[in-house]
Design a protein around this ligand. Structure first.
Ligand code: ZN
Length: 238
């Protein structure tokens, strides 16, 4: 079920509420509504319906912030841009060739990689580590290891971390990155200590949803558990 975190922030929930659920974040900004990650191509209708229940149409959307190029995060982007070409797309500079389709997805699994014509979109704004996106008062944190240019977004005024896949929530408890979906698990784990420098009130995990409470202590527990401590329960995508 979609959660309204505060007047500006909605956490959407696509594909039911189980382990397969995906959680894009919808943020109301001074520049218009912005979406963080876009679900799969086949979750488009669900995404649009949930945005509309938060009072936002695709035509009103002004920005799409991408954490990384896995298809559960960018697969739904092309349809949004076909409906509204005014949406500005933001992503880390290392992810651009994967999002624009000039390199095949890092983790496309067995068989032929998907055809870029079905998912590739143009990135308008490239981000780098510690980039500050003024209009939404957001700090970009490079969290490599899951993909080459995976980033997290820290919303400074609400102390909300949109962590993408750098952390996972399971039963409302934080867990480390899923080993089988990281190209470099050691790096993905090592980078988590960067979050300790932030004052985080709410963590939004794309897989698992919202975690609140003593996030700092939760992070310390996850870091102490070491890389590889949190293999996936039955789930079939990254
Ligand atoms: Zn994912």
């Amino acid at each position: 079920m979609m959660i309204k975190l505060n007047d500006k922030t909605y956490v959407l929930e696509l594909m039911g509420s189980g382990d397969n659920a995906c959680h894009p974040t919808l943020l109301m900004t001074d520049g218009g509504p912005a979406l963080f990650d876009a679900g799969f191509d086949f979750t488009h209708d669900e995404l649009v319906a949930q945005m509309e229940s938060a009072g936002v149409t695709v035509a009103q959307l002004r920005a799409l912030f991408i954490t990384h190029h896995d298809m559960d995060h960018i697969g739904g982007a092309k349809a949004l841009l076909q409906e509204n070409d005014q949406i500005r797309v933001f992503a880390h500079i290392f992810e651009v060739p994967f999002i624009e389709g000039s390199l095949p997805p890092l983790k496309s699994g067995p068989g032929e990689p998907p055809d870029p014509a079905t998912y590739a979109i143009k990135v308008n704004n490239t981000l780098v580590d510690e980039h500050v996106i003024d209009i939404i008062d957001c700090l970009v944190i490079q969290m490599l290891g899951h993909t080459y240019g995976h980033i997290a977004y820290y919303l400074r005024d609400s102390k909300t971390l949109i962590c993408g896949d750098s952390l996972v929530a399971f039963g409302g408890v934080l867990q480390g990155p899923r080993p089988e979906f990281c190209y470099d698990l050691e790096v993905a784990h090592e980078q988590l200590s960067r979050f300790l420098d932030l004052n985080i009130k709410t963590c939004i995990c794309y897989h698992g949803g919202v975690v609140q409470g003593d996030i700092h202590a939760e992070l310390q527990r996850v870091i102490a558990a070491g890389p590889g401590a949190y293999p996936s329960p039955a789930r079939d995508f990254a």
